[in-house]
Write a protein that binds this ligand. Structure first.
Ligand code: PMP
Length: 366
């Protein structure tokens, strides 16, 4: 028997395209204003920052008890039904690992969040990509792909990078049509940006059914991305499964302290939501005025907008032109969107500068 000269990765691991994060520095290492990672331009709550100083450097509470109890109180959820993750990324991976393996299928929608593909492949499952409907989710097209092998369905609501949102009725219809042994993961990383009256109902489904996991994060509206704190809620069986395979100390002491303090400052969250809603509307209006140049802003319920370049100005050219002006946004050729730029909603002056730059470039490209 001949042996290899080095350890061989499993073939399904080798097939993974590593996650490509956005850039944060320009040519020659010049600092750029970063609107490429959907971070909160308002920063984070002062209460959270103050809590950082007091966090012990010893091992964290492995069960994040205080934080889960605070989350439970705020959302009206039994803390026993809450599981914490090193960012919600970890929970998405654990959900796939816990419920799917070689020979099984994991469904997500075209232009869905890129981690779903990695999550499916790294446990050896087969990713199945449902066709989109004008960059959004087509529930019927997705349901048509469900087979006996389907184990997990991932939906980001709102979705990254498109910003698209599946309303309550569609989420309910999707859930009702799925077999009871398929885990439906509703990824609400941008959930707090959605107007309360537009709630997608996924939390209620997670409360009432055995096969729904809802994930959320402190990375986006709470502005704590660097601390890597995500959480999920679902039936006790799902929570127990994810707890079995998560890292024992997967949320740091500072992360637990800062997140719990951030929950005491929901006024900050509301300010961020309103700022985002208003600035997003203003920005989209400016992009819509460039429709004659082939620019199209997809409707977004998140803290970013995906702009499609369907005229003479190409997305790549616009990406470089914005970088020359000091703005880094997300160009998405690796996600099947070489004609798209995803731009995080920032401060008004930055959104105005970007809109002006895009108009200048579009006019020059004619
Ligand atoms: N889900 C979606 C849809 C996202 O856009 C992101 C962040 N890019 C995440 C999950 C993961 O975020 P985190 O791991 O920081 O919680």
């Amino acid at each position: 028997q001949t042996r290899n000269r080095s350890p061989q990765p499993k073939p399904w691991i080798e097939a993974i395209h590593a996650y490509v994060p956005g850039k944060s520095a320009g040519k020659d290492g010049r600092p750029l204003i970063k609107l490429s990672a959907n971070e909160n331009p308002l920063g984070t709550s002062e209460l959270a920052l103050a809590a950082r100083a007091n966090a012990p450097a010893l091992y964290p509470d492995p069960d994040s008890k205080a934080l889960r109890s605070r989350l439970g109180e705020l959302h009206g959820i039994d803390p026993a039904r809450i599981v914490m993750g090193t960012g919600s990324d970890e929970l998405l991976n654990l959900a796939a690992q816990g419920y799917a393996g070689p020979g099984d299928e994991v469904i997500y929608v075209r232009y869905g969040f890129s981690v779903y593909d990695i999550a499916a492949r790294r446990c050896g499952a087969t990713p199945v990509v449902a066709p989109d409907a004008d960059y959004g989710t087509d529930v019927d097209a997705l349901l048509a792909l469900v087979t006996d092998k389907t184990r997990v369905v991932f939906i980001a609501n709102p979705n990254n990078p498109t910003g698209s949102f599946l309303p309550k009725g569609d989420i309910a219809r999707l859930h009702a049509a799925l077999p009871a042994d398929v885990l439906l993961v509703v990824d609400q990383a941008y959930g707090e940006y959605v107007a309360p009256e537009d709630d997608d109902g996924a939390m209620a489904l997670a409360e009432a059914h055995e096969n729904v996991l809802v994930t959320r994060t402190f990375s986006k509206i709470f502005g704590l991305a660097g601390e890597r704190i995500g959480w999920g809620t679902g039936a006790p069986g799902i929570v127990a499964t994810l707890n079995r395979i998560r890292g024992p100390f997967n949320v740091s002491s500072t992360g637990q302290a800062m997140a719990a303090a951030a929950l005491d400052d929901m006024a900050f969250v509301e300010r961020a939501r309103v700022h985002n809603r208003d600035e997003r509307a203003r920005f989209v209006e400016q992009i819509e005025a460039m429709g004659n140049h082939g620019l199209r802003a997809l409707p977004s319920q998140a803290n970013f907008v995906l702009i499609l370049f369907e005229g003479a100005l190409r997305a790549e050219t616009a990406f470089e032109g914005l970088a020359d002006r000091g703005y880094i946004v997300r160009w998405l050729p690796n996600q099947g969107l070489p004609h798209g730029l995803r731009i995080t909603i920032g401060h008004p002056q930055d959104m105005d500068a970007i809109a002006t730059a895009l108009r200048e470039m579009a006019e020059a490209a004619r």
